[in-house]
Write a protein that binds this ligand. Structure first.
Ligand code: ATP
Length: 459
């Protein structure tokens, strides 16, 4: 297609798009298009640390917002933003100082360090996941919390931890939140924030890292109603994933058996997603009983109870927790959205990569493209961009042929492209090109914001 010719009809799409075959393809796309870069790359990188680039930062923010809205727009959930550094007693009470560890083994042959509980076994013995040697050390417990010192003196009395989960900030603030908001049980507290775990074997891109962001919600209920709420939250979280565009076939629940339950849990299910490297945990849904509030009451010496005015009774609430890693969810959405497909008439290439993000999550919602680099087209397209940028994440691109620019936008999941062409001067209309179908509409320039708003509502 020539640069000066606007495509007018919808183009043919291959009936069978190809999903993501391997993680490396996605890692390359993320780097190429500015979603995710290796941390400190110019120094050779820092293992398992990643930086979100311009598109990635917007995308991750949108993922967080969709979770935050799903939680805090409910009348029974409020938000919190607690500090990363907490009193060291918090981690004594929660069990993390004594128990938050993984069994660590060293391979005597190739010197690989690995987690014994996830390593392969042969004839009842653990073998090295790297070289398959049986010559490995006995497992020893390795605490996953990062330690640092508060203040100028580095001694044992100044040790503080980088939080390994955000949940404890919620538990220790339970009374502050309840009394300041006067929420009645059942109610929840939601929080998004960084957590740190000195994982023995991080990997699979942003799936398991040592610094990551969690989105956790603790829902406080009356004992005895906990299993009902547990079931309701399982259902509600599945609905959220469906709204994010996940199909049922790619998600499943995995129940923790009695031997797998964490020390605090009365019941636990993982929501698993089928990543290109297999089924893996995306989110944990736990019934934590009264473990955390009781422990903090015991260690702080302060009563943590709820007074039910109607029933005139006091009790320690039980907690249903939903905990998902934001970075892990970002990875799942990227994997899920990725498609390669053959295309017919449109553009210079006969295939395209398209990220089928839910439009509200797309880092760019609308791209404004002058058909050619003629000043009269450029000025109209860039004015449309500036106007739309009040309400939408809008981009402007004038480099390369229109077909190539559509491909570039497809690859970052932009749901709509607006092309200003030579007809625009006569009819005051632009071509709106749809990402998924590649169909095109002509829309009056004055109606664009309204048109897009309508589309975003239903799409
Ligand atoms: P795993 O078994 O994968 O180590 P976990 O069961 O210890 O995870 P939780 O403590 O339940 O995980 O944390 C809740 C969520 O936080 C997980 O479902 C995951 O999405 C996320 N998460 C946990 N550890 C990491 C990590 N190292 N990197 C990225 N996300 C993580």
């Amino acid at each position: 297609m020539s640069e000066t010719q606007a495509p007018t009809s919808s183009s043919s799409l291959d009936a069978k798009p190809k999903p993501l075959a391997d993680l490396q393809t996605l890692v390359s796309l993320c780097k190429r298009r500015g979603f995710i870069f290796q941390s400190s790359e110019i120094y050779g990188g820092l293992n398992s640390c990643w930086d979100y680039g311009p598109l990635g930062a917007d995308f991750k923010f949108n993922v967080k917002m969709s979770w935050w809205k799903a939680m805090t727009r409910r009348a029974d959930i409020v938000g919190l933003d607690a500090a990363i550094l907490m009193h060291p007693m918090v981690w004594k009470a929660s069990g993390h100082v004594d128990g938050f560890s993984d069994p660590l083994c060293d391979c005597k042959s190739c010197k690989t360090r690995f987690r014994q509980d996830t390593a392969p076994q042969k004839d009842g013995k653990t073998i090295c996941p790297n070289c398959e040697s049986k010559d490995v050390t006995e497992p020893r417990n390795f605490n996953l919390m990062f330690k640092t010192h508060m203040g100028p003196v580095e001694d044992a009395s100044n040790v503080v931890y980088l939080r390994p989960e955000t949940a404890q900030g919620i538990f220790v603030n339970f009374e502050n939140v309840q009394t300041s908001t006067r929420k009645k049980i059942p109610f929840g507290i939601a929080q998004i924030g960084k957590s740190f775990r000195n994982e023995i074997t991080p990997g699979n891109f942003i799936f398991r890292t040592r610094e990551f962001e969690q989105m956790e919600m603790q829902y406080f209920v009356k004992p005895g109603t906990d299993m009902d709420w547990f079931e309701k939250w399982k259902e509600s979280r599945l609905q959220h994933y469906a709204a994010l565009g996940f199909s049922k076939e790619k998600l499943r629940f995995k129940e923790h058996g009695p031997g797998e339950l964490a020390h605090y849990a009365r019941a636990a299910f993982d929501v698993q997603y089928e990543f290109p490297f297999g089924w893996q945990e995306l989110e944990g849904i736990h019934n934590r009983g009264d473990f955390d509030l009781s422990q903090h009451a015991k260690f702080s010496g302060k009563k943590i109870e709820y007074f039910d005015e109607a029933a005139k009774e006091k009790f320690v609430p039980y907690v249903i927790e939903t905990a998902v890693g934001c970075d892990r969810l970002v990875l799942a959405i990227l994997c899920n959205a990725y498609n390669e497909e053959s295309v017919g008439a449109e553009g210079d290439n006969d295939s395209r990569i398209v990220m089928r993000f839910k439009p509200s999550l797309a880092p760019i919602q609308v791209a404004c493209l002058p058909l050619s680099k003629k000043p009269e087209l450029q000025s109209v397209a860039s004015k449309i961009r500036d106007d739309l940028a009040q309400d939408f994440r809008a981009d402007y691109d004038e480099a390369a042929s229109i077909g190539k620019r559509y491909r570039r936008q497809d690859e970052v999941g932009t749901p709509f492209c607006l092309t200003v062409d030579f007809e625009t001067q006569n009819d005051q209309k632009v071509t709106v090109r749809h990402r998924d179908t590649m169909a095109q509409d002509r829309v009056d320039m004055t109606q664009l914001a309204q048109y897009l708003n309508e589309k975003f509502k239903t799409f």
